[in-house]
Structure formats: structure tokens, C-alpha cells
Design a protein around this ligand. Structure first.
Ligand code: ADP
Ligand code: ZN
Ligand code: ZN
Length: 726
């Protein structure tokens, strides 16, 4: 008999003891256990011969789900680090690290799947007989080499080709359990790569020198400088050595084109993990990467938890992207976790970006990471020239000055595409009564509703609440309304009527909602079906538009005066990324920024000296202001229906921290967004010059915070290394 300590999905910072009588169970395997009057799926985290509790009261486990561990020692180590660093309940960490199907207790063993094999007739048939059906011919050719799973054949050759061959009895279906063999190792078929330029060659050889140990590289290269090419070349020797590669990409960057580039270069199946997968699909990728059956796994944030049989290289593309930070529950940063994982597993890590996060850049400048710089464009890429347009005292039509409209016309008439960025979706950010000045606002958030004209709705962009556009003012019953400000919808309408001969397309989270919608839009743009592209942040992420020669950014002024100390960094990243989306070598583009503050030092520095210069200056500013990365922060957040509860709770937390002189507390203060969904939101900012004292203080008080009398009355959370103060 032994005592096992189980990580359970309950919000308590501890493990739970159970008895394992006459059963073998391993650390890292799932078990089903009684908990209160429920039964829960948990993971065995420790084994002991004695319990700290009264052993006679311990209950036996109900069943063992996994005969073998599903968490290997390195994943266990990663989870322990997460729980410890983010002060988060281990049970919840373990849940986050598992695919949903496994959380529910489903078997982790691969299920038999349908395979396609050649029939006797198929084997004997000459391929030329299918020359009029090229897809079928290609499938038959592939099957002559080896059996394929039906799913694989469907995705590579199309369902109709599969069905046609089945109908003709050229192939047969059979049910097979995927075996542990790693076909990709023998399938590797490298497509030729371009000759690396000097900067790339230097980067590639620096990385190659460290393939057998932990090293972290910042691949700091302007858009189009060939970073992806450096990834590909660094991946090559890893795959050849039979080891696996894990690549993280931002949510929006995970397009079929991205995946195709990796698939195509190496000629092997690539595992893809993103939020749109079904539980079954996700489990499938998890099983294969764990068994070593995938050479490359590409995924968004949570892919960092993928079990890999033999990890040889980690890559985080666009490492500055905000989607790597989880903003609820376990508030981890996948890029930081990648550093921990690479170091634990003694493998190299490449962080790539054209606009590195200041934290990362600082690590590179101080020598903790190796700084690999690509300053020149590779191949056919170009970066737009950047300009500021002063709109003070200029009349604006749907947010655009006449001078800019003329420029748009020039580019359109010249046969190019133009791209307009505005940071607001909807028609207008508020609706005002022309008679009495009343602004329709969401009571739960104390913010104006955004007008969505197409839907005939007012929508709160903070809580999602929506209602029909009123016909009369609530206050004075007037029927005359005006809109204030401009959103994507209005911009689209305005441009459509101003340039009726050109087609426009709007890309924001309203229009791009739905499966594959964004991909379809992007490909219609690359086919030149639209000349005017209007969009939000989505435009700045990962997609290249070679026919765009004019980028116009409409509203940066708000961000220049934000209360968030990272606002300047984010706006500089956005502007630089947008400029990098456009143009190509023979047709370089230009980017214009409309502003009321043309002399703003940030804009001037960025436009004249580029992001690298701006970023070094911004780091100096952070140093003078003692802000991250020169200080370490944590944030206690609390919200409640009564503002005084949230305030009092955080005041108590502050008192708990009083003995820790190395930690400075700011607050409790209202969050930037004071009220949301009817809840009052307060925060307590903790800051320390060193990570150690902050971690230590948090570790000491977190259990007391949990048991504070007001804790059950508020919704509270701790965010270590917070990115977002809204
Ligand atoms: P990034 O990832 O930095 O944006 P990419 O790797 O996508 O850059 O490269 C931009 C373009 O330049 C791609 O079309 C790529 O195929 C091409 N390219 C990259 N490196 C070279 C090279 N050394 N010679 C020629 N073309 C290259
Ligand atoms: Zn009114
Ligand atoms: Zn609201």
C-alpha cells in the first residue's frame, strides 16, 4: 500500500492524499478519485509511504486511468515551475497542461483509425490509366509507396479522390492502430533553400553551434529579412538527427500558408494546434507528438505544453505578440515558459521578432540571450518609407484628410492596393443626442456603446452587451442623433462611396468571424479582388500584402497619451509591423501616420530612426522610471458588485505585505477600466527591484490571501509579470 498525492482540478494550492491499495500507479498518470460526493480525474503528482494526515481517514482511489504516465518528468517539472512562479494551484496548472479530452478522463491511447491500402486491382493497375484524374493518380502513387490514414489522404488529395478510388475498388479501407513508428524520419525530403545572405549565415551558424545544449537566441530581424528562412535552416539538422521541433506562433499568425511553408520545405506531416480544433483533433496531435510521430508541431500559446518524445529545438515566432500571455485563470506567458522549458530540457530556443518586446531586447543587450540581428531585406521584400501627416485644423472626411485621400487615389489609379488601419471596429465609437447631448452608454461598464450600423445595434465593446439602436433619446425623446468618431464600418462606407470604381474589404473581428473566413479574405486580397483594405490590429499580424503600396494609419493619438506604461512600446510595434506588411522590391511602399501631434518625440524617433533606435531609448526611459524590465511587478486584482468590498480586500492584502520591505505597493486603485459588467474593479500593484524578494513575499502571503474573510465576497486574481492593467 502506498500514499499517492494527487493534483486535482480544485482551486486550492495543495495536493490531495489517497490510498493506492493493491494497484500500481505511476507519477504522472491519471487516476479517478472520490472528492466530497463527486468523483474527479486527477494526476498522481507524488508518492509517499506516509501521509501528513490521519491515514485511517484517507480514501482509496477509484481507478487508475493511465497504465503509463502521461506527464513525463520534464512536463512535471514545467508544471511545478508554473505553480511555484505564478503562485497558482497545481491542480489547475496540470489541467491547463492537458488536452480537454484527457481532463475528462478519456483514454490517452491512440484509437484505431481508417487506413487506405491498395487492393489487388490497384496494385496491378498502371498509373497512366488515371492520367485524366490527376488527384486520383497522385493518391494511387502515394499509396504504392505506403499506406495512408484516410484523414491524411483526405487532407492531401481531397475526399472525392479517395471516394473515387474506393468506388473503383482500387483501394480498400482497413482499421489500424497507429503504431509508434516515426515515418517522418525516413520521409524527410528537403526542398532546395535560397542561398543564405551574410547575416542569415551568421545567425544559422550561431544556432547550429548550440544544438546540443540550452541557449536562447533573439533573432531580431526586420520584416522580410528572412527570419523564417533562418528557422527552416536551423530546423533542418534537428530533424535530420531524428529530433522534434516545437514552434509557437501568435493566434492570428497560424494560417495554412504558415503551416505549408514548413510542410513544404521538409516534405513531412506537421502537427497543428490552435483553438479551433475539436477535442478529438487536439488529442490526436497530442498523441502523435508524444509518441514522436511528428517531426514538427506548430501551435498557439498552449502548444507549449505539448509532450514531445525527443524535443531538439524550440521556436517562438513574433515573440512580442500579446496573445502569448494568458489573461485569465493561469496567467502564464508562453514565451517565458518556453525559456524555462528549453533550459529544463537543455535544448536551444529561438525567439524571433521584427519588434522584440523590451523585456526580451534587454535580455539580449545584457548578454543573457544571444542577439542575432538581420538588418537587411532578403529576397523580394521591402519596407515602406514612413511619414507623418499633420491633421491639425484639417477637415476630415470619415476620419481622412484631403491630402491623404488624394494620395490614396494616386496609388489606386497606379494599379496598387492601399491599406488603412484604424483601431476601432463598428461604425462609430459613440452615439450622441443632437438635442440634449445624452450619450447612450452601457450601465454595467460606464462606457459609451459603439454603433454597429449594419447590425442596427449598439454594442458595448467591454462586456459584449448589445441592444437595438433606439429611435428616440431616452432623456429628451428627440429622434435626432449624431455619431462621434470613426470606426472600420464607417471608413469602409465612406471609401466605397468616394472611390466607387474600386472594391474595398474590411478585416476586423466582426467581419473575419467564422472558420477559415480570414484565410478566404486574405487570399481574395492577394488575388487582387479588392484594392482598398480596411482593418484593425489583425492587419498588423503576420500577413504580407505585396501589392499594397500605401499604408495609412488613422488614429494613434489616443495611444500616445495612454496611462499604460507599455502603450508607447505597443504603438511603436504596431506602426513598425504595419509598415512591414506592404510592398516588394520593385514596388516599395510608403506609410503615412495621421496625427494631431506631429512633433511627438516618440513618433519622430520611430519614423526617423526606426524601431531598434526607439526601443533602446524606451529602455533607457524605463530604467530611469524604474519600470519593467528594470523592476518586477505583480498585480492583485479584485472585483465585486460593491466597490468597497474590492477595496477592503486589497487593503488587507496590502497589510499582509507590510513586513516585506523590498516590495513596494501601489494602491488599491481603480483599474483603468473601473467598472465592467456591473463589477467594480480595483487593483494593487506590487513592484520590486529584484525578482527574488517579490517571489518570496508572494509565496509567503498567498495562502493567507486565500483565507482572508473578504476573499469569498470578491473575485480576485494574482497576475505575476502583468502585461495588461486594464
Ligand atoms: P521574415 O520571416 O523575416 O519576414 P522570410 O523568411 O519570410 O522573412 O523571408 C522573406 C522573403 O524573402 C521570403 O519570400 C523568402 O523566401 C525570401 N528569402 C529569405 N531569405 C532569402 C535569401 N537568402 N535569398 C533569397 N530569398 C530569401
Ligand atoms: Zn436627448
Ligand atoms: Zn458593458
Amino acid at each position: 500500500m502506498s500514499i499517492i498525492r494527487v493534483a486535482l482540478p480544485v482551486p486550492m494550492r495543495r495536493l490531495f492524499d489517497y490510498l493506492a491499495i493493491d494497484t500500481q500507479v505511476e507519477i504522472g498518470a491519471r487516476v479517478k478519485v472520490p472528492f466530497g460526493n463527486r468523483s474527479l480525474v486527477g494526476v498522481v503528482w507524488e508518492k509517499q509511504s506516509e501521509s501528513d494526515w490521519d491515514q485511517s481517514k484517507l480514501k482509496p482511489i477509484q481507478s487508475v486511468i493511465d497504465p503509463e504516465p502521461i506527464f513525463d518528468p520534464s512536463l512535471c517539472k514545467l508544471c511545478n515551475w508554473l505553480a511555484q512562479y505564478y503562485k497558482h494551484p497545481i491542480g489547475d496548472v496540470v489541467q491547463t497542461a492537458m488536452p480537454a479530452a484527457l481532463r475528462k478522463g478519456e483514454s490517452s491511447a491512440p484509437k484505431p483509425v481508417d487506413y487506405l491500402t491498395l487492393s489487388q486491382t490497384g496494385q496491378n493497375m498502371a498509373l497512366t490509366e488515371l492520367s485524366r484524374a490527376p488527384k486520383q493518380q497522385a493518391l494511387l502513387t502515394a499509396l504504392k509507396q505506403q499506406d495512408l490514414s484516410k484523414a491524411q489522404a483526405k487532407s492531401d488529395f481531397g475526399l472525392s479522390a479517395v471516394n473515387a478510388l474506393l468506388d473503383k475498388d482500387l483501394i480498400e479501407l482497413s482499421s489500424q492502430t497507429p503504431t509508434g513508428n516515426c515515418q517522418w524520419k525516413t520521409q524527410l525530403a528537403l526542398q532546395p533553400s535560397p542561398q543564405a545572405n551574410v547575416e542569415q549565415a551568421l545567425a544559422i551558424s550561431s544556432i547550429e553551434a548550440k544544438l546540443d545544449e540550452y541557449a536562447c537566441f533573439l533573432l531580431d530581424g526586420i520584416t522580410g529579412s528572412g527570419k523564417t528562412e533562418v528557422y527552416l535552416r536551423s530546423i533542418e539538422p534537428v530533424l535530420k538527427a531524428g529530433r522534434q521541433v516545437l514552434i509557437l506562433v501568435p493566434e492570428i499568425g497560424l494560417t495554412p500558408q504558415t503551416v505549408h511553408r514548413f510542410k513544404h520545405r521538409f516534405g513531412i506531416e506537421v502537427g497543428v494546434l490552435h483553438s479551433g480544433l475539436t477535442n478529438k483533433e487536439r488529442l490526436g496531435v497530442w498523441q502523435k507528438s508524444r509518441a514522436g510521430q511528428l517531426g514538427i508541431v506548430i501551435g498557439t500559446r498552449s502548444a507549449i505544453f505539448s509532450p514531445m518524445q525527443d524535443l531538439g529545438l524550440l521556436i517562438v515566432d513574433e515573440e512580442h505578440d500579446s496573445s502569448y500571455k494568458q489573461q485569465d485563470g493561469l496567467r502564464y506567458h508562453a514565451r517565458d515558459l518556453a525559456v524555462v522549458r528549453a533550459s529544463n530540457q537543455n535544448v536551444p530556443l529561438i525567439l524571433g521578432s521584427a519588434t522584440p518586446a523590451l523585456e526580451t531586447l534587454n535580455n539580449a543587450l545584457t548578454g543573457r540571450y544571444q542577439h542575432l540581428v538581420l538588418q537587411h531585406r532578403a529576397g523580394n521584400a521591402s519596407i515602406a518609407s514612413q511619414h507623418i501627416f499633420d491633421i491639425r485644423q484639417q477637415p476630415l472626411q470619415f476620419g481622412i484628410a484631403q491630402g491623404m485621400l488624394d494620395r490614396i487615389k494616386q496609388h489606386l489609379d497606379g494599379g496598387s492596393q492601399v491599406m488603412l488601419f484604424i483601431n476601432r471596429r463598428g461604425y462609430a465609437p459613440s452615439l450622441i443626442c443632437h438635442q440634449c447631448g445624452h450619450v447612450e452608454g452601457c450601465h454595467r461598464c460606464n462606457k459609451p456603446y459603439t454603433l454597429h450600423k449594419q447590425l442596427n445595434k449598439l454594442q458595448c465593446h467591454h462586456c459584449g452587451d448589445a441592444k437595438r439602436v433606439p429611435s428616440q433619446c431616452q432623456e429628451c425623446h428627440s429622434t435626432q442623433f449624431n455619431t462621434m468618431g470613426v470606426g472600420t464600418e464607417q471608413l469602409e462606407q465612406g471609401l466605397q462611396s468616394y472611390f466607387p470604381e474600386y472594391s474595398s474589404i474590411r478585416i476586423d473581428s466582426d467581419s473575419a468571424r467564422g472558420k477559415n473566413k480570414l484565410d478566404a479574405m486574405l487570399s481574395s486580397i492577394n488575388k487582387n479582388q479588392h484594392q482598398i483594405l480596411i482593418g484593425t490590429q489583425i492587419l498588423s499580424k503576420g500577413h504580407h500584402f505585396p501589392n499594397v503600396t500605401l499604408v495609412l494609419i488613422l488614429d494613434v493619438d489616443g495611444a500616445l497619451f495612454s496611462a499604460d506604461f507599455r502603450a508607447a512600446e505597443h504603438i511603436a510595434q504596431l506602426i513598425t509591423q504595419l509598415a512591414g506588411r506592404a510592398g516588394r522590391a520593385e514596388k516599395p511602399g510608403e506609410m503615412w501616420l495621421q496625427t494631431h501631434d506631429p512633433a511627438h518625440p516618440l513618433l519622430q524617433d520611430l519614423i526617423n530612426n526606426g524601431f531598434a533606435h526607439f526601443a533602446r531609448y524606451a529602455l533607457l526611459e524605463r530604467q530611469h522610471a524604474a519600470l519593467p524590465p528594470f523592476a518586477y511587478q505583480a498585480l492583485f486584482k479584485a472585483q465585486s458588485l460593491r466597490a468597497d468590498h474590492a477595496f477592503a480586500f486589497l487593503s488587507e492584502v496590502r497589510e499582509l505585505l507590510a513586513p516585506y520591505t523590498g516590495v513596494m505597493c501601489i494602491g488599491p486603485i481603480p483599474a483603468l477600466m473601473e467598472k465592467r459588467q456591473g463589477q467594480f474593479r480595483m487593483q494593487l500593484v506590487l513592484q520590486a527591484g529584484q525578482r527574488g524578494p517579490l517571489q518570496q513575499a508572494l509565496g509567503q502571503i498567498i495562502n493567507q490571501v486565500e483565507t482572508l474573510p473578504l476573499a469569498p465576497k470578491v473575485r480576485w486574481a494574482l497576475d505575476v509579470d502583468p502585461q495588461d492593467f486594464s
